[in-house]
Ligand binder design. Structure first.
Ligand code: MOS
Length: 762
């Protein structure tokens, strides 16, 4: 999120390097494969998710969504619905409480809203699936039934729905997440024309939808007219609070957002129409209201990943070195959300080339706002770029692993900055060895097992390092040796609570069972969005700042009679439940002793993380090498994934168990993206045609082989805890590795996702 970089640029003038944190290499609590601390309550069914929150006198709501792509409501007949059993109210633009239009998150980073359109405030319809009415009833089944009785008559306007038809209107967006839409170094087209070896191809990726196990849901409870509690499936509770305060004219401290358990969130558990409509409905009926979104409506009124058309052209010398790298293309966006999917980001950072051209364009369509979905940009951009690199390897007769070694850059190709930590060649070396890459016969169609053609493919995984500004952490240290660490962060299943507990234990020198990490509540110290694979380092930086402050406070409290008296905070280390002077282990005292002498039950500090200056100074990324083996039926064209190895270079690994799960989850999502997932959008009506798990296929157990993951575990000295993000890197490179393996198996190059049977039989 280079909006982050924009902010940092304004704030940070000098960038002093701090001494390296000793914890980046220490293996104590950190580095252990600790099982998830939130696991037992989830397995026991005791964790209460948003749609399960039951409040006294609570009513249930159902959405009625538009069935035209553009126009206005001419008449809306709610009579039958109002008289249906159990119905409390039917809200439309005619009677819903007034709301301000929300601020939009990509232009206002404090916001969590994916669109700046007003919600149900007038008769205008902007997309097929936009909520046009909300039915509130005593029970969910009654609300659902009554919602089916609402009749809407529309005046239909002509809508822009065809990506191809709008291509003549493609234009550059103002920026791509704060980065320029175009980067030109030298004259790539001229260099391409003169190159010894050329590949120049167009790649297509379809729309994809979010299908987290937990559906989006909101339960809203007003306390009078000026206080609101919201239970919400969210990956940004502070942003949701900010957005709601703006929309409903409240102060932020009048809104509390709770999100203790989230059943998966990959970029779109944010503020959408349903969030605001649940609050408006609760206000209108004077009771708590639960609005649980249905699977089909997650397609219709909550956004997913946009489609893309990308060109990658590579011009190389005989030794594989690049004279030209061109990556251009177009994605679809809406006018009310500034999110051009950043597919060109990998090409800016991956390869040494004499001439570089990356450029993105957008076309505006009348559709639900597209948004972030696990590694937005890098997932689909790496499909095109890493397929093309494989095509170049074939065209030049160079092994694809060796080719990537030859075009490894010394410094960031687009910006010229030094890399903070980049061991991608090492990740390839280890991966190739473990996978047995060198035994591969490079000739396509050279391996067969009955009807199955067998092939191996490889591709680079890459995702930027982000740390968000403003992570704040509160540490409360109690005289009985317990610590409570608080921040308004998010545990969406990735292991945050576990890893941060490990970090706090290590940082404070306490046993794991003496530390409690509290999160998922907007009333806690501010935590930014759990997005961009940034949350671990963001909280870590806040925790380091809070621990430093705590150390100073404790030395102060310890007073003149303490063996710590006179010690400087940075000369002291926390271990064994107390503070000790580093150079003189005889000088130390337990927390309990310090607090007892000071007559205190506890001490409490809160600190903000320093601005993420490291991102301004260095080019920082996670890396990986994805190796796979596929089997393709010559009879049916069916593709099965037989083997997988992900070899990652993502800084220091804080918990091998939760990290392995993150990598595997990303790879599985990438297998879905490569082989089966595709949101079918009817360009005549603007309606999704397969809005269910029966027709939108995600990978199931039988589609997924044993996935082997390894990592370099080399800490980045410039990142908190030496760690890079790992939540999104796993999906990147996956589709290309599969497409490259399919080429190796069959001799057919598929440049359009998903790689379905028809494309292989054609
Ligand atoms: Mo992610 S797509 O930043 O949740």
């Amino acid at each position: 999120m280079s909006i982050v970089q924009e902010i940092v640029k304004k704030v940070v003038k000098v960038l002093p390097d701090k001494p390296v944190d000793p914890l980046i290499a220490r293996h104590g609590a950190l580095g252990q494969p600790l099982s998830r601390l939130d696991g037992p309550v989830k397995v026991a069914g005791a964790a209460r998710f948003t749609a399960e929150v039951a409040l006294d006198n609570m009513a249930c709501a159902a959405l009625v969504c538009a069935t035209i792509a553009k126009g206005r409501i001419e008449h809306i007949d709610t009579g039958d619905a109002e008289h249906a059993p159990g119905v409390v109210a039917v809200l439309t633009h005619l009677n819903v409480p007034r709301m301000q239009a929300p601020p939009q998150q990509f232009t206002d980073p404090k916001s969590a809203a994916n669109s700046n359109l007003p919600v149900m405030q007038d008769a205008t319809v902007y997309w097929n699936g936009q909520p046009v009415a909300v039915v509130v009833a005593e029970r969910q089944d009654q609300a659902d039934h009554a919602a089916a009785l609402v009749k809407v008559r529309y005046v239909v306007d002509e809508a822009h729905l065809s990506f191809e038809a709008r291509m003549p209107h493609a234009h550059a967006p103002d920026n791509i997440l704060g980065e320029p839409a175009e980067v030109r170094i030298g004259d790539a087209e001229a260099a391409l024309a003169k190159a010894d070896v050329r590949v120049d191809a167009t790649y297509h990726t379809p729309r994809y939808n979010h299908n987290a196990i937990e559906l989006h849901a909101t339960t809203a409870e007003w306390h009078g007219n000026d206080a609101l509690t919201l239970h919400d499936a969210s990956q940004f509770v502070a942003g949701t609070r900010y957005t709601i305060a703006k929309v409903f004219g409240l102060k932020e401290d009048q809104v509390r957002v709770l999100s203790p358990f989230v059943g998966g969130a990959f970029g779109n558990k944010a503020v959408w129409n349903h969030t605001l409509l649940a609050i408006a409905a609760a206000k209108a009926v004077g009771r708590p209201v639960r609005l649980a979104v249905k699977r089909a409506d997650v397609f219709h009124c909550i956004g997913g990943r946009t489609l893309s058309k990308q060109r990658v052209a590579l011009g190389a010398r005989a030794d594989g070195s690049l004279a030209a790298l061109i990556h251009t293309g177009t994605t679809a966006v809406v006018t009310h959300n500034a999110f051009p999917e950043q597919f060109s980001f990998p090409a800016r950072h991956l390869y040494a080339t004499d001439n570089l051209l990356v450029s993105q364009q957008v076309v505006e369509l009348d559709m639900v706002a597209n948004t972030a979905m696990r590694a937005p940009g890098e997932s689909i951009g790496s499909f095109a770029l890493e397929s093309a690199i494989d095509e170049l390897a074939v065209a030049s007769g160079i092994d694809p692993v060796e080719l990537r070694r030859r075009i490894e850059p010394e410094k960031d190709p687009a910006k010229g900055d030094a890399f903070s930590s980049r061991h991608i060649v090492e990740a390839y070396r280890r991966g190739a060895e473990r996978f047995g890459w060198t035994r591969r016969n490079p000739t396509p169609r050279s391996q067969r097992d009955g009807e199955w053609l067998v092939g191996q493919g490889v591709a680079t995984a890459t995702y930027p390092y982000y740390r968000m500004p403003g992570g704040a952490v509160r540490i409360s240290l109690h005289a009985d040796g317990r610590a409570v660490v608080q921040t308004a962060a998010h545990e969406m299943g990735m292991g945050t609570a576990t890893v941060q507990t490990q970090h706090a234990a290590e940082r404070l020198g306490l046993p794991l069972d003496r530390v409690r990490f509290v999160y998922g509540d907007s009333s806690l110290p501010f935590s930014p969005v759990a997005g961009g694979s940034s949350q671990t380092t963001t909280i870590a930086a806040g925790m380091i700042a809070a621990a430093e402050k705590l150390t100073k406070e404790l030395i102060h409290l310890a007073g003149r009679d303490s063996p710590l008296h006179g010690a400087a905070a940075d000369a002291v280390e926390a271990r064994d439940g107390g503070l000790f002077v580093k150079d003189d282990p005889t000088r130390g005292e337990s927390y309990a002793a310090i607090l007892a002498r000071a007559g205190r039950d506890s001490v409490d500090v809160t600190a903000d993380a320093p601005m993420p200056a490291e991102m301004m100074k260095y080019s920082m990324h996670s890396f990986g090498a994805q190796f796979c083996e596929v089997r393709v039926s010559e009879v049916t064209g069916e593709v099965r994934i037989a083997r997988w190895l992900g070899s990652f270079d993502t800084g220091r690994i804080l918990n091998p168990k939760t990290a392995a799960s993150q990598f595997r989850g990303g790879i599985i999502m990438g297998i879905g993206m490569a082989l089966m997932e595709e949101s079918l959008f009817d360009e005549r009506t603007g309606r999704f045609m397969n809005p269910s798990l029966a027709e939108y296929h995600v990978p199931v157990h039988l589609d997924v082989p044993e996935i082997d993951v390894i990592w370099t575990d080399l800490p980045d000295p410039h990142a908190p805890l030496g760690a890079h993000g790992i939540g999104e890197i796993g999906i990147t490179g996956v589709a290309a590795a599969i497409a490259n393996a399919v080429y190796h198996a069959t001799g057919k190059r598929v440049r359009s996702l998903p790689i379905t049977l028809d494309k292989l039989l054609a």
